[in-house]
Write a protein that binds this ligand. Sequence first.
Ligand code: 4NP
Length: 160
Amino acid sequence: MSSQDSISVLFVCLGNICRSPMAEAVFAHTVKQHGLNDKISKIDSAGTASYHVGSVPDSRSTSTCKSHGVPVKHHARKVTKKDFDNFDYVLCMDESNLSDLKRIQPNGSKAVLKLFGEFDPQGERIIEDPYYGGNDGFEHNFKQVSRASEGLLKSLQLIG
Ligand code: 4NP
């Protein structure tokens, strides 16, 4: 991929109602803030499980984002094999997501598969499942995905 091409990113968690729609919203907001909409062609999220397909994000995820001025708009969907050819990056939240995704990633598909936390300059690699916890988990997730969003743009050399 040349540096001129625009880049597509898919965020993946288990249910696609807490962490990955938050990551999608925060990354899209960060891209917009830096005026990089022409460099990032597509941002989406999906889940490895199908329990919540069609649902809007968890209200705790939405309210955490809104409290930081980040709009959220998504309906949950399950990740597909085609996603590995439709996106340049598939970025997941924890080791369980990563092993599930490695199992379905077709051989020779184009996507780079990684933990989103690999881009956190503070080195917090795992974005923990907040579903059964309190609001503080969502707030912590928000800080992590904010740092990792900036880190991803830096690693793509789109910001300094
Ligand atoms: P997410 O969180 O993977 O960040 O969307 C979860 C949402 C729902 C469930 C687990 C995790 N669940 O078991 O229903």
